[in-house]
Ligand binder design. Structure first.
Ligand SMILES: Nc1ncnc2c1ncn2[C@@H]1O[C@H](COP(=O)(O)OP(=O)(O)OP(=O)(O)O)[C@@H](O)[C@H]1O
Ligand SMILES: [Mg+2]
Length: 277
């Protein structure tokens, strides 16, 4: 069983090309093998930028990222990123979608045993032949998760992948993703706006402040075993995280949620982002 990757950032700072403001200040961070880490902070503080840098999709303008001691300069199938949209091919079956990562990485020989194995893990064992269009949003996200797991990653990076799902489906996936990563020894890094999600899924949360993005607080989430929002330890950690979030963001959670629910008013439009790059 893999133990998950050990990740270090050393003096990582980032400014997008084109001369804009510094997006990340100085991030010195260590993530233990198999740890589940949440990144939280207000919109635009640099969470996705940091996640891209940790995955190797972006190279920081200053500093470096080491995974198991080796310098990261590009993405790798051992570090898989998942986004809000499951990005499945609608004309393919569940098993064909799950096999795509294997196909792109020249590992189709493994597909015969690997696909049923990962479909079992995400509890879609009976869905292999189904068309992905006939699945619910939560099931489609499970297919995307299975596709990621098929490659036996040692790091899974999630950028708010559950935010489009209803509360019940979301809770089940939070629980299952944490369990799967712990069982398989995968280091999990998760960006979320949802404090409950951080407490459900992570061993530790980093709260980022903006302009430039820096780690403002670090909060351990030492809740052994299954987690439920009704547990006392859950609400204790939740309270600490809300306070840290509010201090870092300079606004109350209620304001933050209003801010978040209408991001379009506050965050630059995609075309502006492209132009700025
Ligand atoms: N490709 C890009 N080119 C230029 N600037 C960018 C680019 N991507 C992001 N930015 C800018 O960097 C800053 C941080 O963006 P980032 O997407 O990392 O924030 P975030 O914390 O993930 O926000 P959100 O919670 O809204 O997803 C923002 O000011 C954003 O406009
Ligand atoms: Mg983001």
């Amino acid at each position: 069983m893999a133990g998950g990757a050990h990740i270090q950032t050393i003096g990582v700072s980032h400014t997008y090309k084109g001369g804009g403001a510094k997006v990340l200040g100085q991030i010195d961070l260590e993530i233990r093998p198999g740890e589940a880490l949440a990144l939280i902070g207000r919109s635009g503080c640099g969470k996705s930028t940091l996640l891209h840098i940790l995955s190797g999709l972006s190279v920081p303008s200053v500093g470096k990222v080491l995974v198991d001691g080796a310098l990261i300069t590009e993405p790798s199938p051992s570090r898989i990123m998942m986004f809000q949209a499951p990005s499945l091919y609608p004309w393919m079956s569940v098993e064909q979608n799950v096999g795509l990562g294997l196909r792109f990485n020249g590992k189709m020989k493994e597909a015969g045993h690997r696909i049923p194995e990962v479909l079992e893990l995400v509890e879609l064992g009976d869905y292999a032949k189904r068309n992905v269009q006939d699945l619910s949003g939560g099931q489609q996200q499970r297919v995307a998760l299975a596709r990621s797991l098929a490659l036996k990653p040692d790091v899974l990076l999630l950028d708010e992948p559950l935010s489009a799902l209803d509360a019940f489906t979301r809770h089940a996936l939070q629980r299952d993703i944490r369990r799967i990563c712990k069982d398989l020894g995968i280091t999990l890094i998760l960006v979320t706006h949802d404090i409950n999600e951080a407490v459900m899924m992570a061993d530790r949360a980093l709260v980022l402040k903006a302009d430039p993005g820096d780690i403002d607080a670090e909060i351990a989430i030492p809740i052994p075993g299954g987690r439920l929002p009704s547990m006392q330890e859950f609400s204790d950690v939740r309270r600490q995280l809300v306070a840290a979030y509010e201090a870092a963001a300079g606004l109350t959670m209620a304001e933050a949620q209003g801010f978040i629910s209408d991001k379009s008013l506050n965050a630059p439009a995609p075309v502006e982002r492209l132009a700025a790059n």
